[in-house]
Design a protein. Structure first.
Length: 79
């Protein structure tokens, strides 16, 4: 079977009964690189990581010589 993710409140689980429209297949990178842990789908390769990546490159648009500070303590919301 495929590894899937969902935005339902079921949490991290080994199985669940859901409708097909309630889940989405994890990116192909997990099939191509089986050494990448599935938990990466919740962080660096998930919504949090993508938000940080595109926020920095498309919104922040750092230039050569700029200083970028990365704080893991800020959390996913940047508070």
């Amino acid at each position: 079977g495929d590894f899937v993710n969902s935005h339902l409140a079921a949490g991290w689980c080994g199985y669940a009964i859901v409708q097909d429209h309630e889940v989405y297949k994890l990116p192909q990178v997990f099939e191509e690189h089986p050494t990448i842990p599935l938990r990466a789908a919740l962080g660096v390769l998930g919504g949090t990581g993508l938000t940080a990546y595109f926020g920095l490159l498309r919104i922040g648009m750092p230039s050569k010589g700029d200083t970028v500070v990365v704080s893991a303590a800020a959390g996913a919301t940047g508070s």
